[in-house]
Design a protein around this ligand. Structure first.
Ligand code: 1GP
Length: 256
């Protein structure tokens, strides 16, 4: 089954899913493999691999190790045009919709498109939107973004809707890796009332309680990276966050 269909089916069945982000620069490929195995056991649905390092060998080794240790689909979450591994299953083929730079809107995509074609990994078109964070995030800095003010849900929703109308299959509200305050609930719920494609929310989610709240507000996919990566008890941390996602997902299905 294609990775996109797998994600959609799982969201339909479970109400919401959790996806784990692994940054190849943050640990050895072997450890990345072990993390993937652990989060798989804890109930995570897929592995995102991405960062800003751009070291191709490290990237390939990381993806290969993850594939060896886990049966979860691996999706590239590229920080730039070099973040493409032929060993991955799919790639979030994304445009940073609120970037000021045409590079991040369409040029990086053109530079990467031929590699994606050659590797035959599945491109999943995604609108990527940076939400204002308490501190300036790396993605905001490198992506030359004009972050959506936290108290302006309608602007965020408008970007999400624009992504849908342009034919993108997913929208990602990015709160910034390691942010103290994740994307506001009100922004998520306002958006989900009018959006027909799945909404991914990530950045600064580190507890089951927060994950639960974000899904209750309307998130379909919760992404976490730092919390599990930095935890001394990664299984427990992952299980706690995933429990929150699953609980809210079940409640969501009951109300449909
Ligand atoms: C970053 O949204 C992701 O792109 C995950 O953020 O590392 O804060 O979980 P965290």
């Amino acid at each position: 089954m294609k990775t996109y269909d797998y994600l959609i089916n799982k969201i339909k069945r479970e109400g919401a899913i959790h996806v784990t982000l692994i940054d190849p620069d943050e640990q050895s490929p072997e450890k990345a493999g072990r993390i993937a195995k652990t989060v798989g056991k804890a109930g995570s649905s897929a592995i995102l691999v991405g960062g800003s390092g751009g070291d191709r060998l490290l990237l390939d080794d990381t993806v290969k190790n993850i594939k060896e240790e886990s049966s979860l689909p691996v999706i590239m979450f590229p920080g730039n045009v070099n973040d493409i591994s032929q060993y991955a299953d799919a790639i979030f083929f994304m445009s940073l919709l609120n970037s000021r730079s045409r590079y991040w809107l369409a040029q990086a995509q053109a530079l990467a498109a031929y590699s994606v074609f050659k590797t035959r990994i599945e491109p999943i078109p995604m609108g990527y939107v940076i939400i204002q964070s308490d501190v300036r995030s790396s993605v905001e800095f490198y992506g030359d973004a004009n972050p959506i003010p936290r108290n302006k849900p309608k602007i965020a929703a408008s970007f999400a809707l624009a992504a849908q109308y342009m034919g993108m299959k997913l929208v990602y509200f990015e709160g910034g890796s390691g942010a103290r305050e994740p994307v506001p609930n009100q922004m998520i719920s306002f958006t989900k009332k009018i959006l027909n494609i799945p909404l991914i929310v990530g950045g600064g989610i580190r507890t089951g309680k927060t994950a639960y709240e974000k899904v209750k507000a309307g998130a379909d996919i919760i992404v976490t990276g730092t919390a599990i990566e930095k935890s001394r008890t990664p299984y427990r941390k992952a299980a706690d966050i995933i429990k929150g996602v699953k609980k809210a997902g079940k409640e969501k299905l009951k109300h449909v």
